[in-house]
Ligand binder design. Structure first.
Ligand code: SAM
Ligand code: CA
Length: 234
C-alpha cells in the first residue's frame, strides 16, 4: 500500500520505500485495531500530520512495557493516537494525566477510546500544560510518582516541561520528547528552511543541545517518526 503524502512526510528515513517497508512489515500488522481507527479518522483532519507516527508509537509502547509504566503524563493529546496507545499498554489500574488546551480534538478520538474500554485510565485536563504541571508539583505526593511522560506539544516550552517533569517522574522512569528532529530541519542551513518552520527549528536545536548536556538523564535520540528523544531519569 503506497503511503499518502501525509504519512510519507512523517518519516525521516532516506527513502519513502524504506519507511513504508518498516510500517508495512513491523508496525501496521501489530497495530491494535482501534488505534488504527484513530489513525484513519485523524487522516481527514487538516492537521493530521500532528498525530504521532506509528513507528515511534510502537517504540513508546515497548518502553512503557519494559518499565511496567502504570502512571503516566501526556502533554499534547490532539485526537488521541499516543493517548490510546498508552491506555492500551498500561495495566487496568493504570492512570494517564493527559493535558491539552484543545478538548475538541480529544473528543474526536474519544468514542474510539470508549470503545476500547480504557477511558477509565484517562484523566483529561483541558489546560495550558505548564500551569497543570505546576499545579501537580504543589502536591508533594505527585513528586517522583510518575513512571513515564510523553511530550508532544509546543516545542518552545520543552525545556520548561523538562524541568518540571524531572521532578514528577521517578528515578528509573522515562520521558520521551517528540519531533526533536523537526522534519530534518535541525540539520539544514537556515536559509533552506521554510519560514514557518524556523522558530521551532531554533527551539529544537537549543533543546537538543541542552539535553545532550543534561546529566540528570541518559538519552537516546532516535530517528523514528519526526525524531524522538528518550530520556531515562537518573
Ligand atoms: N500526541 C498527539 C497524537 O498522537 O495525536 C499529537 C499532539 S499534537 C502534535 C500537539 C497538541 O498539543 C495539540 O493538540 C495542541 O492543542 C496541544 N498543545 C499545544 N500547545 C499546548 C500547550 N501550551 N498546552 C497544552 N496543550 C498544548
Ligand atoms: Ca508530534
Amino acid at each position: 500500500m503506497a503511503l499518502s503524502n501525509t504519512e510519507g512526510s512523517k518519516g525521516l528515513l532516506q527513502s519513502r520505500e524504506l519507511f513504508e517497508y518498516v510500517l508495512e512489515t513491523s508496525v501496521y500488522p501489530r497495530e491494535p485495531e482501534l488505534l488504527k481507527e484513530i489513525r484513519v479518522i485523524t487522516a481527514n483532519h487538516p492537521q493530521s500530520l500532528m498525530s504521532t507516527s506509528p513507528d515511534a508509537g510502537q517504540l513508546i509502547a515497548l518502553l512503557q512495557k519494559l518499565i511496567n509504566a502504570k502512571s503516566t503524563i501526556e502533554i499534547g493529546v490532539f485526537t488521541g493516537y499516543s493517548l490510546l496507545l498508552t491506555a492500551l499498554t498500561i495495566p487496568q489500574d493504570g492512570k494517564i494525566t493527559a493535558i491539552d488546551m484543545n478538548k475538541d480534538t480529544y473528543e474526536m478520538g474519544l468514542p474510539i477510546i470508549k470503545k476500547a474500554g480504557v477511558e477509565h485510565k484517562i484523566n483529561f485536563i483541558q489546560s495550558q500544560a505548564l500551569s497543570t504541571l505546576d499545579e501537580l508539583l504543589k502536591d508533594d505526593a505527585n513528586r517522583g510518582s510518575f513512571d513515564f511522560a510523553f511530550v508532544d506539544a509546543d516545542k518552545v516550552n520543552y525545556q520548561k516541561y523538562h524541568e518540571r517533569l524531572l521532578q514528577l517522574v521517578k528515578v528509573g522512569g522515562i520521558i520521551v520528547y517528540d519531533n526533536t528532529l523537526w522534519l530534518g530541519t535541525v540539520a539544514m542551513p537556515e536559509e533552506f528552511v521554510k519560514e514557518d518552520l524556523k522558530p521551532t527549528r531554533f527551539y529544537s536545536i537549543e533543546f537538543n543541545k541542552f539535553l545532550a548536556n543534561d546529566d540528570r538523564v541518559q538519552i537516546s535520540q532516535v530517528p523514528l517518526g519526526d525524531g524522538i528523544t528518550i530520556c531515562w531519569r537518573l
